[in-house]
Ligand binder design. Structure first.
Ligand code: 6PG
Length: 247
């Protein structure tokens, strides 16, 4: 069951999202395990990442106990302006004391299918369902941050993509015609295993699609954001008034 929270503007939306990150990292620390967070790309989460980097919030997060992943990546080098990793590094990771080994970027600079296979190995190893010790780790992300495109895509799960039907692999790479580029993305099975999924949606340009995704008939092949239905976790939409059609 999804809950939808609306905020007057993107700044207050980012503030609310930052509170969720604090909650998740505190809970992991209290349970004496590492927190695993998958970041979203795109532009919406910039305000959140900048907020998390501000001392009053950053000092409340045990960065040595926090592991950062990505829900998707563009097939570009890490210093490319289009890189989701670069955006997070510039807005957040360069400003907080997170150990480099806790930052698990997708290798956008190598052949995309190889990057997908490599990242799947990273995830399976971290979550204990692959080679390596089965620590007290969760078997899934504590928190997944997602955005939604005007076409209803999320992560790099685009309308009509075969990746939407993937039932075995956790990470796939494919050429996305609508953006004329290769993308590497987590698949619904690993996204939906998360303990908490947070959509951040902002802007009047998203309002019509958001209404269809949230309240319209299920058409997940057309609107992949509808595929995000956590099996046991919480699904929370944080939207601003503009995206909620209130402006
Ligand atoms: C990406 C994101 C993508 C993004 C949406 C919304 O790599 O671009 O993962 O799914 O969240 O396209 O992007 P905006 O926040 O820029 O509207």
């Amino acid at each position: 069951m999804a809950t939808v929270h609306t905020y007057p503007d993107p700044v207050l939306l980012a503030e609310a999202a930052a509170r969720h990150v604090l909650e998740v990292t505190r809970a992991a620390a209290a349970a004496h395990r590492q927190a695993s967070i998958a970041l979203s790309g795109g532009s919406t989460p910039r305000l959140l990442y900048e907020r998390l980097a501000q001392p009053d919030i950053a000092e409340q997060i045990e960065w040595s106990n926090t592991h950062i992943f990505w829900g998707d990546e563009r097939a570009v080098p890490p210093d490319d302006p289009a890189s989701n990793y670069r955006m997070a590094r510039e807005t957040l990771l360069d400003h907080v004391p997170i150990p480099p080994e806790n930052v698990h970027r997708i290798s956008g600079e190598i052949e995309p299918p190889m990057a997908a296979a490599e990242y799947e190995g990273v995830l399976r190893s971290f979550f204990g369902s692959g080679p390596g010790p089965k620590g007290p780790q969760r078997t899934c992300f504590d928190l997944v941050l997602l955005g939604m495109g005007e076409d209803g895509h999320t992560a790099s799960l685009f309308p009509g993509a075969e990746a939407l039907q993937e039932k075995r692999r956790w990470v796939v790479a494919y050429y996305v015609d609508s953006v004329s580029a290769w993308r590497i993305t987590l698949t619904p099975i690993v996204l939906n295993a998360a303990a908490r999924i947070l959509f951040l949606v902002s802007g009047a340009n998203k309002a019509d699609r958001l209404r269809q995704v949230l309240y319209g008939p299920s058409q997940s092949h057309r609107f992949p954001a509808q595929m995000i239905q956590p099996t046991q976790g919480r699904l929370i939409w944080l939207v601003d008034d503009a995206a909620a059609g209130r402006q």
